[in-house]
Design a protein. Structure first.
Length: 294
């Protein structure tokens, strides 16, 4: 999916930095700045690298750790492109929180994972915005108008696989409250689950093997859901919650040994497939195909 800046060129760190400053976000050694310091040092062939703000010998930097940190910068650049014309208190608050926390992904713990949890909300919203979907951040996490139909989306990013059920329950309860509000009459609910932390604790990547190139991560996500679909049956789900969205973002190392961010998202129905789920699936699939062809 294209993340070009106006004029067709990819956004730079300086573009991102200027945009964040224009929003009134105070910058002082946030994790984006720390990662960018490392990327600059690495590109300069310096013998000493600033890693998480501290100098260490170049040969002690784990390249997979650096790759995962670099992909997080790409993620922020995509948010910048999607919301470059937006200036709101909600966006400012979410970005400020998302930029805090540890710069190195594998040092994340359940006690300090709120910044990356918030980043998932921003990332999913930006993915959809760049597909042409009208999105709004706030409460619920994302309100999306897809094909003219409003959807309330609650986002969860489980830290471990054994917390999937609790996260599904929490999102379902939040959506029930939203959908029972008179202002949400006619809206439907989506539970968005990021499985990125489960598949990658910060030290993993996909490689461009033929099976992955041919099928992507779709089969992987489908097998994952097969192991957990029973959890949704144990949760009191509002009848207008129609789908669970599984979202995965991983570094992908290509055959040329280049790295990029790989994103996969799979929609699964809550209960039986119905007309609203079929409509949603068709719209999302169509938009993704259009984006991939441009």
């Amino acid at each position: 999916m294209d993340i070009s800046w106006p004029g067709g060129k990819p956004p730079t760190f300086e573009d991102l930095d200027s945009w964040l400053t224009s929003l009134g976000i105070v910058r002082k050694n946030d994790r984006l700045q720390l990662i960018f310091q490392t990327i600059k040092d690495w590109g300069s062939d310096a013998p000493v690298i600033r890693w998480n703000g501290r100098p260490i010998p170049r040969d002690q930097v784990d390249r997979v750790d650096l790759l995962n940190a670099t992909i997080e910068v790409q993620e922020l650049l995509s948010v910048c492109v999607a919301f470059r014309s937006t200036n709101s208190d909600v966006l400012r608050q979410k970005l400020t929180l998302a930029l805090s926390g540890h710069a190195i992904p594998f040092t994340e713990t359940v006690k300090n994972n709120l910044p990356r949890n918030t980043m998932f909300e921003l990332s999913l919203a930006s993915d959809w915005a760049r597909l042409g979907i009208e999105v709004q951040l706030g409460d619920p996490d994302i309100t999306a108008r897809i094909g003219g139909v409003p959807f309330c989306v609650e986002c969860k990013r489980p830290f471990r696989e054994d917390s999937i059920r609790a996260n599904l329950r929490g999102a379902a309860e939040q959506l029930r409250t939203k959908l029972e509000n008179t202002e949400a009459q006619g809206a439907y609910g989506i539970i968005a689950i990021s499985v990125s932390r489960i598949f990658n604790e910060g030290r993993a990547s996909f490689v461009n093997i033929p099976e992955f190139k041919a099928h992507g991560a779709g089969p992987l996500l489908e097998r994952f859901w097969d192991n957990h679909r029973g959890h949704i049956k144990a949760v009191a789900v509002h009848p207008r919650i129609v789908a669970v969205l599984l979202h995965l973002r991983m570094p992908l190392v290509t055959a040329l040994n280049e790295a990029t961010g790989y994103v996969a998202q799979t929609l699964v129905p809550v209960g039986r497939r119905g007309p609203v789920f079929n409509f949603l699936e068709q719209k999302i699939t169509s938009l993704l195909r259009m984006a991939d062809s441009t």
